[in-house]
Design a binder for this molecule. Structure first.
Ligand code: DGL
Length: 272
């Protein structure tokens, strides 16, 4: 692999701030890597959209990250887009650019834990409806009891910075007390927005249910793939870049909390 390619940035995308949880973990694990993040705030929430529409968004964003920003790898830092578009993206770019989704590494992390007999997944409507988690768990470990609950209010609530208050706690409790999630040993936060309310979820379960979120798991998977493909950079080239399809104050604030105030944030409506 030519040296220039390993010094290219890593492209990461989500509908909004959720993927920042993954980007942050990547930046902590691989501090020399340059990241180009795309938050499709204009089309958020993805979880309420059809598979075909999400696929079209994912193709457009990936085209920008690869052809304009010349990224060396793509991280789909969104469960909904991973469920809707991973296979299409992987097949288009196979042998050319690694495409990493957030679902496979998560499923592997859960099945590797032999203390878990019953797992609950909370996610957007589109992710739950896709059946992707259920199918992947069943294929790899048919004995694992599986249950999934759509929690559609959470992503938009988090995107707006509306959490850690009485109303958000009440909404969360309403979801988590649902009978679908009775007697689980582990809960998968199958939306990259949810790590931002991980503490509240842990408080609800009083630390008795294992909580899996994708941030570090996906960062480790990415590192492994970049190593394998000889794509890890040997020098820091430029600063991270953040794009959003529509400017929102809440994205700007959260991105600054995650990456500091010198952050380079640009609005870029790819659909114009
Ligand atoms: N963060 C996204 C996910 O992981 C989706 C949030 C949304 O746009 O509905 O599923």
């Amino acid at each position: 692999m030519p040296v220039e390619k390993s010094n290219a940035p890593i492209g990461i995308f989500d509908s909004g701030i959720g993927g920042l949880t993954v980007a942050k973990a990547i930046s902590a694990l691989l501090p020399n890597e340059e990241l180009v993040y795309f938050g499709d705030t204009m089309h958020m929430p993805y979880g309420e959209k059809s598979v075909n529409l999400i696929r079209a968004y994912a193709l457009k964003i990936t085209d920008f990250l690869l052809n304009v920003k010349k990224c060396k790898a793509i991280v789909i830092a969104c469960n909904t887009a991973s469920a809707a578009a991973y296979e299409v993206l992987r097949d288009i770019h196979i042998g050319n650019v690694p495409v990493i989704n957030v679902i496979d590494p998560m499923v592997e992390a859960v099945i590797a834990d032999n203390t878990i007999n019953r797992v609950g997944v909370i996610a957007t409507k589109t992710t739950v409806k896709s059946g992707t988690y259920q199918e992947k768990f069943y294929r790899r470990k048919p004995t694992l009891e599986f249950t999934a609950l759509a929690t559609p209010l959470l992503a938009s609530m988090i995107e707006e910075g509306f959490f850690n208050n009485n109303i958000s706690t009440a909404i969360l409790e309403k979801y988590l007390s649902h009978s679908e999630l009775d007697s689980i040993d582990a809960i998968v936060l199958a939306c990259t927005h949810y790590p931002l309310i991980k503490k509240e979820i842990d408080t609800y379960y009083k630390g008795k249910v294992k909580i899996f979120d994708s941030a570090e798991i996906v960062a480790n998977r990415l590192k492994w793939i970049l190593e394998k493909e000889n794509l890890l950079t040997d020098k820091r080239t430029k600063d991270n870049l953040f794009y959003i399809s529509d400017y929102t104050e809440s994205f700007a604030q959260t991105a600054q909390q995650f990456f500091g105030s010198n952050l380079q944030l640009k609005e870029n409506n790819l659909w114009e």
